[in-house]
Design a protein around this ligand. Structure first.
Ligand code: AMP
Length: 173
């Protein structure tokens, strides 16, 4: 089933810019059996971790992240690009290949009682997940670990994350 999951990811060359091999997960999302399998397999390592909140990173991290939160009986917290969240936010900047980007989270989304799982569909350079970690830190929440459907291991994104925490992915390239 894991092989089928990987085979169902569609690699789109030169999207959104030349040189990027974009990992398109929409064929997985469109397949009910694979979608169910992916969510359950993503949840499996965290079943006993008492996760109270899943952070999903805009925008593809919202889809599986919210489903993961449901399976883990946790709440869901969106981390969004600058200017999208309506209430008071905290923000973090992070480096891109060229320039910087900013993500935000509502100031009251997490508190010190929360045990947080950070989810995105893909980890590439790791900058986004590391910035999401800093947002959760700022809110004094405890971060349990990181969850990705796909790890582009050749970019070594994991090296930007907390090495003491579990970083789980289902598919590696
Ligand atoms: P990162 O470089 O780890 O900060 O990734 C930045 C964001 O872009 C994350 O939300 C990833 O899901 C997304 N992303 C980066 N590279 C790819 C790729 N090759 N295919 C699909 N999504 C990507």
């Amino acid at each position: 089933m894991l092989d089928l999951l990987k085979a169902t990811v569609r690699t789109v060359p030169n999207f959104p810019i030349p040189g990027v091999q974009f990992k398109d997960i929409t064929p997985i999302l469109a397949n009910p059996k694979l979608l169910r399998y992916a969510v359950d397999a993503l949840a499996e390592p965290w079943k006993e971790a008492n996760i109270t909140k899943v952070i999903g990173i805009e925008s593809r991290g919202f889809i599986l992240g919210a489903m993961l939160a449901d399976v883990l009986n946790a709440g869901f917290v969106p981390v969004r690009k600058e200017g999208k969240l309506p209430f008071t936010t905290i923000r973090e900047r992070y480096g891109l290949e060229y320039g910087v980007d900013t993500i935000e989270m509502h100031i009251d989304a997490l508190d010190s009682d929360d045990v947080v799982l950070i989810h995105d569909d893909v980890i590439a350079t790791g900058g986004t997940a590391a910035a999401a970690h800093r947002l959760a830190d700022f809110a004094n929440a405890r971060i349990a670990g990181y969850s990705f459907l796909i790890d582009l291991t050749f970019l070594d994104g994991k090296s930007k994350l907390d090495q003491n925490l579990r970083c789980h992915s289902l598919i590696q390239y």
